[in-house]
Design a protein around this ligand. Structure first.
Ligand code: SF4
Length: 505
């Protein structure tokens, strides 16, 4: 019989959900290589950069599947007084294996440091650290300190290279860990028992599936749920969900008419049950002031954890792209867009080109959420000389999202007001499906950050990605155009064929 072991990641999976731990161990999958700018890769790079803070440190290079060799190598390095720190130090106690980011030699013992790419100490990091302390002290290592290195949001990049000691914040978490040591001992027996179970343990999917991590097995665990599962109902409280469960109700369409719901939840229940859309009588009033004529505006921005440009901070939001559709009174459309150069801070050019594009008009500027307004306010603060022109743009913004959220619901929205759900639902033929390389905002931010950081330098690949970025952002403003057109039609004609035909995007 295979004797399974626990690791840090398995421990964290297990305290989130035993079923998740079991699947990870017993049904391991091949995972795609993460994109270069994914949180995983960023975390690895920041982890490696943290080594620069410990001169004289040595990396344990043995791979995770050679754990015994890694433990032996760690012990040898710890015996060598010339080694000031051990990176990826390996320990094992009682069938629990850990690798420690940094083990730093102190006067009469060792300090343990965990490196995170986050901007603060998060509660679940302490569980991870408590397990490491449990194993290391169990292995007889005298620990003098337990600390966390995370990204210092107060750091601003100056000319030249990153100042790595200033980039990191070093936080003493020894007291927080002390209070969690007992929890580790209490949890381990159940986790070990789970590892040895012969079949998949049952767990009902719920709020724990996204806390602290989004579980990768969500689709698998919810495959037998109805397509209108009550968990998809927006803002359903735990108490109401529990009441429905007690009544044996799994589907939104089966919720009794006298069950207490919010007005929006009632709209969704009724539309799901009847298959008919909800259109509020005051939709024409809500659309007043949206034109046409009108502009449709969308931004893309990135948040590089490691600052790419002088004068910027870790995770600072840097808008790099805008798309603008303009609809005239007769319904004709024009489009223009901006995509920044990647080798310089994009913000000022972004702002100047946008001001120029909107200068000759005073028609309403339609957005979908408050995101654009927030970015414009930030830019006005960062470039005071552009402030009046940027505030003039802000004054013209009108947000279509609250109109959709409050006045329209189609069963095809699939419980979401996202533009990516609403536009295809309202406009037959509209889709993002043909956008293979970049089809959402995080992919756009990741692609631009990869180009800007030099991780992608092949000119043909850069051209391909820039083309994909332009196509994606243009599609987002086109989505606003089709949603606005569809809403205008709904104010005139609520026919059984409720979708508009969409043949130009
Ligand atoms: S989706 Fe939820 S219930 Fe299923 S394994 Fe993950 S955490 Fe557990």
């Amino acid at each position: 019989m295979v004797n399974h072991h626990l690791t840090k990641s398995r421990y964290m999976a297990g305290i989130q959900c035993l079923r998740r731990l079991w699947i990870l161990v017993h049904e391991p999958r091949d995972y795609d290589e993460p994109p270069a700018c994914s949180p995983l890769n960023v975390g690895q790079e920041i982890g490696q950069r943290a080594h620069l803070l410990f001169p004289g440190g040595v990396l344990v290079v043995e791979e995770p599947w050679l754990h015994a060799a890694a433990v032996a190598r760690t012990a040898a390095l710890m015996r060598d007084p010339n080694v000031r720190a051990v990176f990826e130090a390996a320990f094992a106690v009682g069938n629990v294996r850990v690798r420690v980011d940094v083990l730093e030699r102190r006067l009469s013992g060792w300090g343990l440091l965990e490196v995170k790419s986050s901007t603060r100490v998060k509660d679940h990091y302490l569980d991870d650290l408590a397990l490491q302390v449990h194993v290391i002290t169990g292995a007889g290592v005298p620990l003098q300190a337990v600390e966390m290195l995370h990204v210092n949001t107060g750091y601003m990049r100056g000319p030249g290279e990153i100042d790595w000691p200033a980039f990191f914040a070093r936080v003493d978490v020894a007291d927080d860990i002390a209070s969690r040591r007992n929890e580790v001992s209490e949890r381990l027996p159940a986790l070990h028992d789970c590892l040895e179970m012969g079949s998949l343990p049952h767990a009902e999917p719920g709020r724990h599936c996204g806390n602290p991590y989004d579980c990768e097995f969500w689709d698998q665990c919810t495959a037998d749920k109805p397509t209108d599962w009550i968990s998809y109902l927006p803002r359903l409280t735990a108490a109401r969900a529990s009441d429905l469960k007690a009544l044996g109700i799994m589907a939104i369409s089966a919720i009794p008419m006298d069950f207490p719901l919010t007005s929006k939840q009632t709209v969704i229940r009724d539309a799901t049950l009847s298959g008919q859309p909800f259109i509020a009588p005051d939709l024409p009033r809500l659309l007043h002031g949206f034109g046409p004529p009108a502009c449709y505006l969308d931004f893309e921005a990135m948040m590089p954890p490691i600052p790419l440009y002088d004068g910027t901070k870790p995770y600072q939001i840097l808008p790099f792209q805008w798309s603008l559709h303009v609809m005239t009174s007769d319904g004709s459309l024009t489009h223009q867009g901006f995509l920044a150069r990647a080798d310089e801070d994009p913000r000022r050019t972004f702002a100047e080109t946008l001001i120029s594009a909107l200068a000759d008009s005073d028609v309403p500027i339609i957005v979908y959420s408050s995101y654009e307004q927030t970015r414009l306010k930030e830019l006005a603060g960062q470039f005071p000389d552009l402030g009046p022109a940027l505030r003039a743009i802000i004054d013209r913004l009108v947000d279509l999202l609250p109109v959709v959220r409050g006045a329209v619901y189609f069963p095809e929205f699939a419980f979401s007001n996202s533009i990516k759900s609403v536009a295809p639902a309202l406009c037959r033929g509209f889709s993002y499906d043909d956008l293979e390389d970049i089809a959402d905002g995080s992919a756009a931010a990741g692609a631009f950050a990869q180009i800007a950081s030099g991780r992608i330098s092949d000119p043909s690949e850069v051209v391909r990605l820039r083309s994909a970025l332009l196509a994606y952002c243009e599609r987002d403003t086109m989505a606003m155009v089709v949603v606005h057109r569809a809403l205008m039609r709904l104010t005139r004609d609520v026919s059984p064929d409720r979708q508009i035909e969409c043949d130009r995007f």
